[in-house]
Design a protein around this ligand. Structure first.
Ligand SMILES: [Ca+2]
Ligand SMILES: [Ca+2]
Ligand SMILES: [Ca+2]
Length: 343
């Protein structure tokens, strides 16, 4: 079944591709125009980051007010770009406000600003506008080297590539320009405040926001999704309003809500002893994945393979429940769920 799913989905979308990657260990990449930024040892940042993607060796360190630009050309077809990098907020960056406050890390894609947030390290009352999602903040107000320790010179580290925002920037052109800068009214000299990036990687692919929407008619149970369908994640389905006496519950998943063999969907099951029930998908991928029954509801997690090749694909799910006495057959069907797999 998994093989079938993979085969079907792989044919449906553009595969992911890494089009640029540097850990800044082999000199300045030709694609980067660094201005006054230099390759510098990472000092106390070494080892911070998710497994396999940690600060190490050298990174590209810049004073505030200086722009670092990455230019890529001849990109393959895509509609989403993932800016994947580690970000070091070094020394006394001052957050939002007026001088010495006003230190905004800004990222422009093809000259359009896609990110501009203030970072604050110096004192706790300063305003950092960036709110990091889980897993993104690696260190905050820590002494990681450069100026200090002590005084205003604590440091912070972030895996900005792990922020879903940076993973799904709309872009489809054959060339890409990404400009990184800390700008604003608060810029100060290198040894007062600075920033750096490491493990800069650019991935392109096709990106889609996952959705799950109910359709069709139920003759008892209600099917819904409790997580967003996304590659590499479990899709969590829940059935509620189960008939009294339900003993087993199953999920069926298919690729069509229009045809099941020679039958046109939705197909009424009244003549099969299940009045008011309808078959609303073709069950071509799964016909009987069991739910866990608990009280009056039922839950199942369906793993979605981790590959951008699966993004954008549409599948259809329906629940069915064995409930003796609910009708002459003892089986009832839920509504359908139209599911689009996202990133
Ligand atoms: Ca490095
Ligand atoms: Ca420091
Ligand atoms: Ca400042």
């Amino acid at each position: 079944m998994r093989t079938l799913l993979c085969t079907l989905l792989a044919a449906a979308a553009i595969p992911a591709q890494t089009v640029f990657s540097t850990d800044f260990e082999s000199g300045m990449p030709a694609e980067i125009s660094a201005g006054t930024a230099t390759l510098t040892g990472v000092q106390g940042y070494a080892g911070l980051g998710p497994t396999g993607d940690q600060f190490g060796g050298s990174f590209l360190r810049s004073e505030t007010g200086n722009t670092v630009t990455l230019t890529l050309t001849n990109l393959p077809p895509h509609n989403v770009v993932h800016l994947d990098f580690l970000f070091a907020a070094i020394d006394s960056l001052d957050g939002a406000g007026a001088y010495p406050q006003g230190d905004y890390f800004r990222v422009d894609v093809d000259s359009q600003t896609v990110f501009r947030e203030a970072f604050a390290n110096a004192i706790s009352s300063q305003i950092q506008t960036y709110v990091s999602p889980p897993g993104v903040e690696l260190a905050r107000h820590a002494d990681l080297g450069f100026s200090g320790p002590g005084g205003y010179y604590t440091d912070s580290a972030y895996y900005l590539g792990g922020d879903p925002f940076f993973a799904s920037i709309a872009h489809s052109g054959a060339s890409l320009t990404v400009a990184f800068v800390i700008e604003g009214p608060g810029i100060q000299p290198l040894n007062d405040e600075s920033w750096a990036i490491d493990n800069l990687r650019i991935h392109v692919g096709s990106g889609t926001v996952g959705t799950a929407a109910a359709y069709g008619t139920s003759c008892g149970p209600t099917l819904g999704a409790t997580s967003q369908p996304a590659i590499g994640q479990n899709l969590d389905l829940a059935m509620t309003t189960l008939p009294t006496g339900s003993v087993l519950a199953f999920a069926a998943v298919g690729t069509s809500s229009a045809h099941f063999g020679q039958f046109v969907l939705p197909y009424p099951l009244d003549s099969q002893g299940m009045p008011g029930c309808w078959l609303v998908m073709d069950a071509s991928l799964l016909s009987a994945m069991p739910f866990a029954l608990a009280g009056g509801s039922a839950n199942v997690s369906i793993p979605i393979p981790n590959g951008v090749g699966f993004v954008g694909f549409q599948i259809f799910a329906q629940g069915w429940v064995i409930a003796p006495g609910s009708n002459s057959v003892g089986v009832v069907f839920s509504n359908g769920l139209r599911i689009r797999i996202g990133t």
